[in-house]
Design a protein around this ligand. Structure first.
Ligand code: AKB
Length: 318
């Protein structure tokens, strides 16, 4: 029986992954942890306050619960990382190295670590960006992701640590808010649309980016962690793709459901980050190695969010 630790469990992906993993493995077998206080989204179940830069504290939690698998999600995202480059490097790198070293020392069963489309910079092809191509990121977040991917491959090849990774596109969910990313606009837009407000977008109208609905992201993560070791042929990180759209296209998708919705554009420093990233991603390696397949396209996602987000908002307000 696996005993799972999730770092960064109060984040946008962490809270949904915690819920799903608890459904599969049982609440007591999934330990949520974060440097923040536990929030309602992760529900009831074991929780530990944890700073991933503190290796001794991670070891303490691992011993307390006999952890065998870690989903190491704690990190600073792209926009926040540009505002604090030292912290971004320290948190994103020391946190990962702590987890990888512990996995090696304690012979843990498996590790998951999220990479991102941010590994790619302007030298990579913009459309259908291949699995292996020039990366050369121009953001500090991207630099930490490229370095992190290389550490993952190194720990697998040298020490046999079974670490698996996905290059997530922008993740869009309705259950919790993202924090400090460049793709966050695609979550905020639904909140403003439901509130009947005009949405002021911090990206230009034609800034296309690869995106994915949260339920697909959770499925991709769990699928990758469940396949036999020999199916995981990419030991840096897998490209995974679902949908690709720009702000004007997501606005049009919302207008189909809420005809009065309006968007205006006020690009800021995040536009430069978005411009350095791909428009769309080639994920054929993930599809052939372990059968990755997404379910949600843009309109299906919009309908699902506009149906479910009001329930979440009402719950939070009551
Ligand atoms: C961000 O915008 O920083 C993240 C990402 C694409 O990794 N959502």
């Amino acid at each position: 029986m696996s005993k799972i630790l999730i770092t960064g469990a109060c984040g946008q992906l962490g809270s949904e992954l915690t819920t799903e993993l608890r459904k599969i493995h049982g609440t007591d077998n999934v330990i949520a942890s974060d440097i923040r206080e536990a929030n309602d989204q992760i529900g009831d179940g074991p929780f530990e306050h944890l700073d991933v830069m503190d290796k001794a504290r991670i070891e303490e939690v691992i011993e307390k619960y006999n952890i065998t698998v870690i989903y190491h999600l704690a990190a600073l995202l792209s926009a926040n990382a540009e505002k604090n480059i030292e912290l971004a490097w320290k948190l994103n790198m020391d946190g990962l190295l702590n987890v990888l070293n512990i996995a090696r020392e304690k012979n843990l069963e498996r590790i998951f670590w999220p990479s991102s489309i941010a590994v790619f910079g302007p030298d990579a092809p913009k459309n259908d960006t291949p699995q292996n191509t020039a990366t050369n990121p121009t953001t500090v977040y991207g630099i930490t992701k490229v370095a992190g991917e290389q550490w993952c491959a190194y720990f697998y090849n040298k020490f046999g640590v079974d670490v698996r990774s996905l290059r997530y596109p922008g993740l869009i969910g309705y259950k919790s808010l993202p924090g400090g990313g460049t793709t966050d606009y695609a979550v905020d837009i639904y909140h403003k649309a439901l509130a009947g407000e005009t949405f002021s977008c911090f990206l230009e109208e034609d800034a296309a980016l690869p995106m994915m609905y949260m339920s697909d992201a959770v499925k991709a993560t769990i699928d990758l962690m469940q396949v036999p070791e020999e199916n995981v042929k990419v030991r840096t990180s897998y490209n995974v793709a679902a949908i690709s759209f720009n702000p004007a296209e997501i606005a049009d998708s919302i207008i189909k459901q809420l005809p009065g919705f309006e968007i205006e554009y006020a690009p800021d420093y995040r536009q430069e980050i978005a411009s350095s990233w791909p428009d769309s991603i080639d994920d054929s390696a993930a599809r052939s190695d372990w059968g990755w397949k997404h379910e949600f396209d843009l309109d299906k996602m919009t309908v699902d969010i506009l149906e479910n987000l009001p329930i979440i908002i009402e719950k939070a307000e009551s």
